[in-house]
Design a protein around this ligand. Structure first.
Ligand code: SF4
Length: 320
């Protein structure tokens, strides 16, 4: 069966084997981040909407889980911001009641973590991975290009408040864009904010492969190490700071679903270069599953991407 709302299971750098559940169509988001691996936001919205049909999502989940797959997590993530789906609370309740054997995670840009109508449901999650790339509004706007009604001050306040009540784990992700959010001043203020949010982990991330904007480059590895030491030096031992690691290739190779996607991608771009979105449509595979495989192929130096007007086109490095 081809799934519209499920992708993977993919090997996530943070969650092991994770079945992705996408409840947001391409590409609805409350932000349009310069580094987004999914591409430009075409629908910049700020009010939760009934973006997908709940019975449809549930039907796919039931069909998939019937096969008793090996999974560490079921994870809400996808082509946009999952908390923009008005019925995500109902879905959390359903999964928690019907499939208690799986852990449930949410990857979010933090903009709607304060939604009062799903507060109880969010507290049932096992893991939440919110992003926070800036503490200054100008820097926030430069990197995340949010909907005009979103302020970083509110996001910080809401993250602090949320984590005071959240019994699960919070891993805060910070994506560094060199020259924009890595000044000493911003890092110092960020560290103070982390102390107030008190996540279990802070994960430092940087570009691995072409982002939405071609001028975004990877943060220097030494600089990331310096940031890690700077943060950790003044945070309690209960907050672990780490640089996000690459996918464990062995785990990846043990996952036949991913290998199948990899073969399809290679045979597609052998014929002609394509964007991730093209491949997703042609192969009927979710954009995130495509992106995970592209990421691995770039690391293995099997493919490369080139920015063109319509997006990043991927091609094989060695056509033979
Ligand atoms: S990175 Fe996340 S929050 Fe930013 S535009 Fe992409 S999907 Fe939206």
């Amino acid at each position: 069966m081809n799934y519209k709302h499920l992708f993977g299971p993919v090997i996530s750098r943070r969650l092991g084997i994770s079945l992705g559940v996408d409840v947001v169509p391409y590409k609805y988001c409350s932000m349009n981040c310069v580094y987004c691996e999914v591409g430009q936001t075409t629908h910049l919205i700020n009010e939760p909407e009934e973006l997908v049909d709940l019975p449809d999502v549930i039907k796919e989940l039931n069909e998939y889980i019937e096969k008793n797959p090996k999974l560490d997590y079921i994870t809400f993530s996808g082509a946009g911001e999952p908390l923009l789906y008005s019925k995500i609370g109902d879905l959390i309740n359903y999964i928690k009641a019907k499939y208690p054997q799986y852990k449930l995670a949410l990857i979010t840009n933090s903009s709607h973590i304060h939604r009062a109508d799903i507060r109880e449901e969010l507290l049932k999650l096992d893991m939440i991975m919110p992003s926070l790339d800036a503490v200054d509004q100008d820097i926030f706007e430069a990197i995340n290009r949010p909907h005009e009604d979103i302020s970083i001050k509110d996001i910080i306040k809401n993250l602090i408040e949320f984590n005071q009540h959240f019994p699960g784990e919070m891993w805060l992700e910070i994506f560094f864009v060199p020259g924009i959010n890595d000044s000493q001043d911003e890092l110092t203020r960020m560290r103070e904010v982390i102390k107030e949010i008190t996540p279990e982990r802070v994960q430092l991330n940087s570009l691995d492969r072409p982002g939405t904007e071609p001028w975004v480059v990877q943060e220097d590895k030494e600089k990331l190490e310096e940031i890690k030491s700077f943060f950790q030096a003044d945070l309690s031992d209960n907050i672990l700071v780490e640089i996000i690691k690459k996918v464990d290739k062995k785990l990846y190779d043990e996952n036949p679903g991913s290998l199948e996607v990899e073969e399809k991608i290679i045979s597609t771009i052998r014929r002609r270069p394509c964007t991730a979105q093209d491949m997703s449509q042609m192969l009927n595979v979710h954009i995130n599953a495509i992106n995970k495989v592209l990421h691995k192929l770039i690391e293995e130096k099997k493919i490369e991407g080139a920015h063109q007007e319509r997006g990043i086109f991927y091609k094989l490095i060695n056509q033979s």
